[in-house]
Design a protein around this ligand. Structure first.
Ligand code: ME8
Length: 512
């Protein structure tokens, strides 16, 4: 692994409010970025909004506003939501930014100059909801798109095409030779299955008379770029590989190695796998650019058996959950509950269960450790050996690392929680309340308390990428100047520190 990581989320359509699915991907990216930073890596974490295309144009018309007004408003909504959920992105890109438009134009011109673009006629079934064409087979029998279930429309128009078919063999080889390029494996197999059929060429433009809200093609000013082409290029724009205004044949294109490109990890939902695993890599091949190092396509949050969607009216609002339970609890629930890569069902009962896990295991350990240090030692951590849980710490760190390397984030968090459980087990085993009654066991009690405080210091580091606020709070009660890195947490001296019990970290919450 390099000591730099470039992590991206999809850029979300600026048409609706951020919902729990958007929150999930973005919190996942944020937690991975925090784990990376904690391990000393330099990170570029990119998110943003997808602001061109028919979907935006239609939504703006429906609201009676200009597309850019809608985008300005929605970009702020997404930024506000991410602030409230403690998502510390490094860059928020909007596809209407002048810099991005310039890079898209240079990119498509470069494809054109390299002979990969031609003019043609297109006819097919188009889904505005997914901004994609679907084949007859995919829409049968109800003429709806297979992802959103919304009606498709028949479109016939003159378009510019990208010779995607020319890269089919190279793409298949790339997927086969890099078995971890698409994870989880089920998604890799889905793409290999898709690639067994001959790959068509990709229509990359829309005539302006049908769609005016997009990036004008430099070689065909009567057309705008197909929104997915424009959107995918965002990852490249934000890498800083090509300065806006760079000519399509500038040598800089052949030497992007000093920038953040290629991305290390594109996090996406499985709904947009084809665009990321087929359109994007072939476009990059056409432009002669390196491919992203990995795609992780996660599953869907569903309600009952159904995908969450605005039209079904079953969308869970992440900001309401934050108001009721706090951002840390929401982040914990989403990342701990969904096995990374699979679907998960949102239920209030499971939310409560996951919250109670935080309260009863981690919260309880913190209050008993800090409470006993206050009661038996006036809040000063004894200067005593603190290694009573060292083996459990080793195990937790090794399990966490292995799970993260395998992109099993739920298991990484499980390893952190198992360690908190082990520390509670240590309390039961050592019975500090009994030790405190026997003056001959004062040293034993010192060791118990020092060991438990060390455990809390380590736990603050283990949980901090997810429970951002509460672990800051815990670190401050432990007399620390911020949450330590995991390496420091294992070695810094705890003896002599003043600690403070404070109110429960995860208080009981009454549901109405
Ligand atoms: O597709 N469960 O944007 P989008 C889990 N603009 N994740 C979900 C989800 C759910 N129920 N619903 C949405 C677009 N997501 C394009 C992307 S990228 C160059 C352009 C998450 O607003 C998941 O990450 O429809 C999914 O891929 C993404 O939101 C789709 O967001």
């Amino acid at each position: 692994m390099t000591d730099r990581r470039y992590i991206t989320t999809p850029i979300y359509y600026a048409t609706g409010e951020p919902h729990i699915g958007h929150a999930y991907t973005t919190i996942l990216a944020d937690a991975l970025a925090r784990f990376d930073r904690q391990a000393g890596r330099e990170v570029l974490f990119l998110t943003g909004t997808d602001e061109h295309g028919q979907k935006i144009q239609e939504e703006a018309a429906r609201r009676g506003v200009e597309p850019i007004e809608l985008c300005d408003e929605m970009a702020e909504r997404f930024k506000d939501a991410w602030d409230l959920l403690d998502i510390g992105y490094d860059r928020f890109i909007r596809t209407t930014e002048a810099d991005h438009i310039s890079v898209v134009q240079a990119f498509v011109q470069r494809l054109h100059d390299r002979g990969h673009i031609y003019a043609g006629e297109y006819s097919g079934w188009y889904s505005v909801s997914q901004e994609r064409y679907f084949t007859d087979k995919e829409i049968a029998p109800d003429r709806v798109d297979p992802i959103s279930g919304k009606p498709v429309e028949w479109v016939e128009e003159e378009n510019w095409f990208f010779r995607m078919s020319a890269f089919q063999e190279d793409l298949i080889r790339h997927v086969q030779e890099n078995p971890d390029w698409i994870v989880p494996e089920v998604r890799k197999n889905e793409i290999l299955g898709f690639l067994q059929q001959p790959l068509g060429d990709l229509s990359i433009s829309r005539p302006k008379r049908r769609l005016r809200w997009g990036v004008e093609l430099p070689f065909a000013p009567e057309h705008v770029a197909y929104v997915w082409v424009d959107a995918l290029i965002n990852y490249f724009t934000a890498s800083g590989a090509i300065a806006p205004g760079t000519a399509p044949d500038d040598p800089a294109w052949d030497n992007v190695g000093d920038s953040w490109w290629p991305a290390d990890l594109h996090l996406i939902g499985k709904d947009i796998l084809t665009t990321h695993a087929v359109y994007w890599p072939t476009l990059l091949m056409g432009a002669g650019l390196p491919l992203p190092r990995q795609l992780l396509a996660h599953g869907w949050w569903v309600v009952g058996e159904t995908k969450m969607s605005k039209s079904l009216g079953n969308v869970v609002d992440p900001l309401q959950l934050r108001t009721d339970y706090g951002s840390d609890a929401l982040r914990w629930y989403l990342l701990r509950e969904m096995p990374t890569g699979q679907d998960a069902s949102f239920t209030p009962e499971r939310f409560d269960t996951r919250y109670e896990e935080l309260a009863n295991v981690l919260g309880n350990l913190a209050s008993r450790t800090l409470g006993m240090t206050a009661k038996y030692r006036d809040g000063v951590v004894p200067d005593a050996p603190a290694g009573g849980l060292d083996e459990a710490i080793e195990t937790a760190c090794a399990d966490l690392d292995a799970a993260l390397a395998a992109h099993r984030v739920h298991e990484a968090l499980g390893a952190a929680m198992d360690f908190a459980r082990a520390a509670n087990g240590y309390v039961e085993e050592r019975e500090p309340w009994a030790q405190s009654k026997d003056p001959a066991r004062a040293e034993d009690l010192d060791e118990t308390l020092a060991t438990l405080v060390r455990a809390l210091v380590v736990l603050s580091a283990l949980f901090a990428p997810v429970c951002v606020q509460k672990m800051e709070e815990l670190a401050s009660r432990l007399g620390l100047d911020g949450v330590p890195t995991l390496t420091d947490a294992r070695t810094l001296s705890v003896g002599g520190r003043n600690v403070e019990k404070g109110a429960p970290l995860f208080p009981r919450i009454e549901r109405d």
